[in-house]
Design a protein around this ligand. Structure first.
Ligand SMILES: C[S@@+](CC[C@H](N)C(=O)[O-])C[C@H]1O[C@@H](n2cnc3c(N)ncnc32)[C@H](O)[C@@H]1O
Length: 338
């Protein structure tokens, strides 16, 4: 096995030694392993990672009982899955579903689901921080590995994978804004047992919270991306980016859509999560630029114009005027099947 240098994460994607999809998944955990939050839980201060912090809070809102079978939708790299089993050791099983092959592969690694040969790639990514993070994660997940399973599928086409009314609860951490809300509720209604809950969260680009309105507390990275796209649009054609900072929903629209699909929804909490612009620049912006420009554009050229646009944006005093409030909201909802 060739040892991959850190350059493997920044180099030419087409010649990358493993599938891009897996690279995205690994990048997700590199971000997670490099971002820490001081957490004052139960009067004890601990340092925790970003998505883990969010998952920890979210899972606390799911009521479970012995023998329950839980679905983790958009399970990603398994961060919420781990919180589910740690906080609810009596449940029978957690099934993770993710549309990305890479995410599913990585979550399977983190829960000891791969054979030795398939594990190899994760031991040579050339990033000590993430490798350490996986080592600790795998220590925590080991006692629960037989309760957990992952499938690589589109949740919205669940028919092939799930039976009707087969789950006692659904958790969806940072998932709902990836899909059409109405379609997601429709599927959740079919697979959940009667009276059971979907516990889910989102972010400021999706939800305008009355307590922490987006224009004051939202993740200003939405605006930052808007400024970057403005610069990019001077060089190539870009799809609509001007609405990036405008959240699509408030509590009334969410209640309405969920009710049309057989759920009653309550917002049970909102947290403020610190955000790090370094990561936005490194991970989020390239993804947005890629999604909003021509898919056939030369990747080298795309990287060049993205870097140029970021540099110009950083020099734009309007773009970074909210670095003090570098927070995103994490609103939490419980939707109960009627
Ligand atoms: C922001 S990640 C959240 C991951 C994880 N829940 C966590 O707490 O870290 C969102 C995930 O949803 C997945 N996803 C998006 N659309 C999906 C779909 N239609 N079906 C299943 N998974 C989907 C993505 O591949 C991604 O892994």
């Amino acid at each position: 096995m060739t040892k991959l240098g850190t350059g493997a994460f920044t180099g030419d994607q087409d010649n990358h030694p493993y599938h891009n999809d897996l690279k995205t998944a690994i990048d997700y955990d590199i971000l997670e392993s490099g971002f820490s939050i001081l957490d004052h839980k139960n009067n004890i201060s601990v340092i925790t990672t970003g998505y883990r912090f969010v998952a920890d809070r979210l899972v606390g809102y799911l009521d479970t009982k012995e023998g329950d079978e839980i679905l983790d939708v958009g399970s990603g790299t398994g961060i919420t899955t781990l919180e589910l089993v740690l906080q609810n050791p009596n449940i029978k099983s957690v099934r993770g579903v993710d549309i990305s092959k890479g995410m599913t592969h990585l979550s399977s690694y983190k829960f000891h689901k791969l054979d030795e040969k398939s594990e190899e790639i994760f031991k040579h990514v050339g990033n000590d921080k993430v490798e350490d993070y996986w080592k600790n994660f795998r220590k925590e997940s080991l006692p629960y590995k037989d309760k957990v399973s992952f499938i690589n599928a589109d949740f919205l086409k669940y028919e092939e994978n799930f039976k009707e009314k087969s789950f006692d609860g659904v958790i969806a951490s940072q998932f709902m804004h990836w899909v059409d809300l109405s379609s997601a509720f429709k599927k959740m209604h079919q697979i959940l047992k009667d009276g059971k809950n979907v516990v889910w969260n989102s972010a400021s680009h999706f939800f305008n919270d009355a307590t922490y309105p987006t224009e004051m507390y939202g993740m200003r990275y939405n605006d930052f991306i808007k400024y970057v796209m403005e610069e990019v649009s001077k060089e190539v054609t870009v799809k609509d980016y001007k609405t990036l900072s405008v959240p699509k929903h408030n509590i009334d629209t969410i209640k309405k859509i969920s009710s049309e699909n057989g759920f009653e929804t309550k917002q049970v909490a909102v947290h403020l999560i610190p955000y790090d612009y370094k990561f936005v620049r490194k991970y989020h912006i390239p993804a947005f630029v890629k999604a909003l420009t021509d898919p056939n554009i030369n990747p080298e050229f795309l990287k060049e114009i993205t870097d140029r646009a970021i540099a110009k944006t950083i020099n734009n005093p309007n773009a970074l005027d909210d670095t003090i409030n570098a927070y995103d909201i994490d609103p939490i909802f419980v939707s109960t099947k009627q």
